[in-house]
Design a protein around this ligand. Structure first.
Ligand SMILES: Cc1cc2nc3c(=O)[nH]c(=O)nc-3n(C[C@H](O)[C@H](O)[C@H](O)COP(=O)(O)O)c2cc1C
Length: 238
């Protein structure tokens, strides 16, 4: 969030967010992995029926109701990792050297470099983050540095342990993670036609306390991104 480009306009900055999954591919489409094409199915990067799209859309809609964002102090962009076609890390040079050989890495680098802050939307998989999200973080280094981040997690138990793991990983790439986070337990903050059907995506129906918490997190992210601006300006020297 808080993009440096707003400094040119003198406004309080642009706010943006990144999360792991926004656009859910149509069944049978290229992104979804056509069923008759075993290679594409092999390279799919998300769970069919994932709930991340709905959660990310709730975050985006709520951002439109946040005072500072409404006032134009920040802008929000949704980023779906699945759209970047990242295989398991296939760069021979570690990201800290900033020497990327592959087009998918360059595209991902350009996108993440354009933000000043992030909201990670993540489920919890086996007490941690999905492999696709960890992989996407590992691809880059300088692009994450001296930016702020917050988290919206979901899962059977709300996904708080995924957030805990993300905080440790992001510390290594110098992301300043704010304390306030939103967690959405699947059985209280989603609505299902048939709660016993594990393939049903359901609808996000957060409790009334969730949006104020999200707004508090937005406030923290915006403030920290602003505070970190001198370090971002110093770039590789830091
Ligand atoms: C492989 C896997 C592991 C999971 N592990 C956990 C877990 O440790 N804790 C939890 O609360 N929910 C867990 N869940 C439930 C998911 O958080 C929940 O189904 C969520 O909607 C999955 O995210 P997605 O819909 O974006 O794929 C797990 C689900 C999967 C598929």
């Amino acid at each position: 969030m808080l993009s440096d480009e707003s400094a040119k306009t003198g406004c309080p900055r642009n706010r943006r967010q990144v999360h792991r999954a926004i656009h859910r591919a149509k069944p049978g489409s290229e992104a979804e992995g056509a069923p008759h094409d075993p290679d594409r199915r092999h390279h799919r990067q998300h769970r069919p029926g994932r709930r991340s799209t709905a959660v990310a859309q709730w975050v985006e809609e709520a951002a439109g109701r946040h005072e500072a964002i409404k006032a134009g102090g920040a802008t929000v962009e949704l980023v779906d990792i699945a759209e970047f076609g990242l295989p398991l890390l296939d760069e021979s040079v570690p990201a800290a050297f900033g020497q990327y050989a592959n087009e998918h890495t360059k595209r991902w680098s350009e996108k993440i470099a354009s933000f000043d802050a992030f909201v990670f939307v993540t489920p919890e998989y086996n007490r941690s983050v999905p492999a696709a999200l960890k992989n996407a973080i590992d691809y880059l280094y300088a692009e994450w540095q001296n930016k702020s981040a917050g988290f919206v997690s979901y899962g059977v138990q709300g996904g708080t342990r995924a957030i805990d793991h993300l905080r440790v990983t992001l510390a290594e790439v110098k992301v300043a993670d704010v304390p306030t986070a939103v967690s959405l337990p699947v059985f209280t903050d989603f609505t299902f036609e048939n709660p016993m059907d594990p393939t049903e995506t359901g609808r996000v129906t957060p409790g009334p306390h969730q949006e104020p918490t999200l707004f508090k997190m937005f406030d923290e992210i915006i403030a920290w991104a602003e505070a970190l601006k001198p370090l971002r300006a110093a770039g590789a020297a830091v």
